[in-house]
Design a binder for this molecule. Structure first.
Ligand code: SF4
Length: 143
């Protein structure tokens, strides 16, 4: 199994507690007006096998003390759901804290993933339907 990866940050301090390896996965449908990662919108040919990514993450394990760990961000990590579930199960066995940084827009049914992660950083874009559709540039698509 492979994932389309945009970039990897090995010393992340703002995407969850402690020191974290942050994996920015490619693919996002929302097109938010204020997006600071537009380079992640499309899936590109920068694929990592599960083994390659695990190796990179586990190399940083000594820095994960005090609640550090790994964060899957993007883009929208839920769009690579099967890969995410599979690698999170393996990271759990290694006793690594796992966070998902998501806007909550995947393909539905996240039970298996939620059973295998520790934290959800949910990006709530807006609190009214109108502003949500405006910010995400989806206005008109659902009306
Ligand atoms: S959900 Fe995140 S990555 Fe996707 S367009 Fe919005 S800000 Fe950008």
């Amino acid at each position: 199994m492979e994932a389309s990866v945009n970039s990897i940050e090995t010393f992340g301090l703002i995407d969850g507690p402690g020191i974290r390896t942050v994996i920015f996965l490619n693919g996002c449908k929302l097109r938010c007006k204020f997006c600071h990662n537009p380079e992640t919108w499309l899936k590109k040919e920068n694929n990592y096998s599960e083994e390659e990514l695990l190796k990179k993450i586990l190399r940083n394990k000594p820095y994960f003390k005090n609640n550090g760990g790994v964060t899957f961000s993007g883009g929208e990590p839920l769009l690579q759901y099967d890969f995410l579930v599979s690698i999170c199960k393996k990271l759990k066995k290694e006793n690594i804290h796992i966070a998902i940084d998501t806007a909550g827009i995947g393909n539905g049914d996240y039970k298996e993933l939620l059973e295998n992660i520790d934290m959800v950083l949910l990006d709530i874009k807006a609190i009214t339907k109108e502003s949500y559709l405006d910010i995400t540039r989806l206005y008109g698509k659902f009306s």
